[in-house]
Design a protein around this ligand. Structure first.
Ligand SMILES: [Mg+2]
Length: 169
């Protein structure tokens, strides 16, 4: 297993990525678990804990979500992962425009260290590439025409899927 200094950096959103917004707005699904947290209910696909556990083994994952530190509570427990570092600008802004500013320096440092950086979010085709260092890659879970509003493992980049810790890939 690569040391954390060599592994890619992944910035991971919650709503529209782990929390399937399309299902929350529609009929209940047997393919999801419903996770109560901080007064909300998240619809998490049953494949997600295994996927995120694997991701945390092959990459350094930081939360990049308006859930901020709260993502390390019931959601992390449901996913079966340890607490993750949190991208946070120190405000409680519930919009998403603060994220690029707050994530810029950690992404820039990782790129300077020769690591790949992937930001996974439901961007709705509004990719903040101008606000992030050149070289950051983006995975849009709500990009046209596949507005999934949840992370589909088959959309992960091939270079990431190729990483294995020997237990899963
Ligand atoms: Mg989101």
């Amino acid at each position: 297993m690569k040391s954390i200094q060599q592994r890619p950096l992944v910035l991971l959103d919650v709503d529209g990525v782990l929390n399937d917004l399309k299902v929350l707005r529609g009929t209940p699904s047997e393919d999801h678990d419903y996770v109560p947290s901080h007064g909300y209910r998240l619809a998490v696909p049953k494949y997600m804990p295994g996927l995120i556990q694997w991701l945390c083994r092959v990459a350094e994952v930081h939360w990049c979500t308006t859930w901020r530190q709260r993502a390390n509570d019931e959601l992390a427990a449901h996913l079966g992962i340890s607490a993750l570092p949190v991208i946070d600008d120190g405000t409680n802004d519930r919009h998403v425009d603060w994220k690029a500013r707050a994530a810029h320096d950690v992404a820039a440092q990782a790129l300077r260290d020769g690591r790949r950086v992937l930001w996974i979010e439901d961007f709705y085709d509004d990719i903040p590439s101008d606000e992030m260092p050149e070289g950051v890659e983006f995975l849009d879970t709500a990009g046209y025409p596949e507005v999934n509003q949840v992370l589909d493992p088959f959309t992960l980049p091939a270079w990431l899927l190729a990483l294995s810790d020997g237990q899963a890939a």
